[in-house]
Design a protein around this ligand. Sequence first.
Ligand SMILES: [Zn+2]
Ligand SMILES: [Zn+2]
Length: 373
Amino acid sequence: MAKRDYYEVLGVGRESGDQEIKAAYREMAKRYHPDRNPDDPAAEERFKEASEAYSVLSDSQKRSAYDRFGHAGVQGAAGGPQFNPDAFADFSDILGDFFGFGDLFGGGGRRSRSRGQRGDDVRYDLEISFEDAMFGMSAEIQVPRMERCDRCKGSGSEPGSGPSQCPTCHGHGQIVYQQSFLSIRRTCTTCNGSGQIIRNPCSECHGHGYRQVQRKLKVSIPAGVDDGNRLRLTGEGQPGTHGEPSGDLYVFLKVKEHAFFERQGNDLHCTIPINVAQAALGCEVDVPGIEGSQKLKIPEGTQNGAQFKLRHRGAPILNTNGRGDLYVHIDVKVPAKLTREQRKLLEQLRETLPVDNRPAEKGLFEKVKDYFM
Ligand SMILES: [Zn+2]
Ligand SMILES: [Zn+2]
């Protein structure tokens, strides 16, 4: 089959400028690209044809040779047109934004991607006491992680034996698949892209170059951390490969519950029981705080469910000097068992107290309900 004229292939005139040729090729490439036309040999043929035409017409030297001598002017020794893969670097610029691959054409100019990989992040769960969360602490933890093997200095090969070139990819780390004149690069699976294989594995690490060690780390936990908070230790995760950085270590905090403090945000809540007489007459109670107890005056006539706020007695607010508040909830206990004398006194009291057993106003009921929920 006779080769078609390159200008005809791209559908441009002989006097067309570079921009016009580029635009025409771009259109053809979009339409006939193999990724858009899988298993369509006709489209692939058109794509190849257009790419070949463009590789000649976009190069002023080749174009003038073609203009003067036709196909014979650009024929290589092998009979087909000479393709300098570097001339195709330009294609990736044209196609890259459509197809997202610059590597379709062999020898493309942009191979900056590193072969290495950043190390994995590691999670470590740490349970601390309520008090430690309040005051902050320094904890020593042991984290298993991979570290470079001392024996082989991370190479994976027995000392003195060095790795050898991967026979599959000849050290390139990539394999170029030649599909007619298209070449596609894939990472070599024999060596996983490193270009080297280990013939004589290190006896210590069995060729991994890394071994698992228990690493001791000091973790400084700031005052005010809460259950579920996590701390990040940059670079303390698994090591990266081929010079890439290590991952991070995340310490997930579990804060144990306190016997009587409940934390809500930065506020603390606790419930203090008092008896009926204390509620009616008023009293003074000891309120436990995270830094020791403190006296709280309960005024006479305090109702069940009353709450008192002790400002700045709550949890430290992380990374500030501030503190939340401490809420004291009053639980008035009615005696369940009475001695004979107590009963007598209460009966006397009953005679003197006003009796009003009409249903309470709804507002009051709502209040009581809130308290019990
Ligand atoms: Zn080793
Ligand atoms: Zn290889």
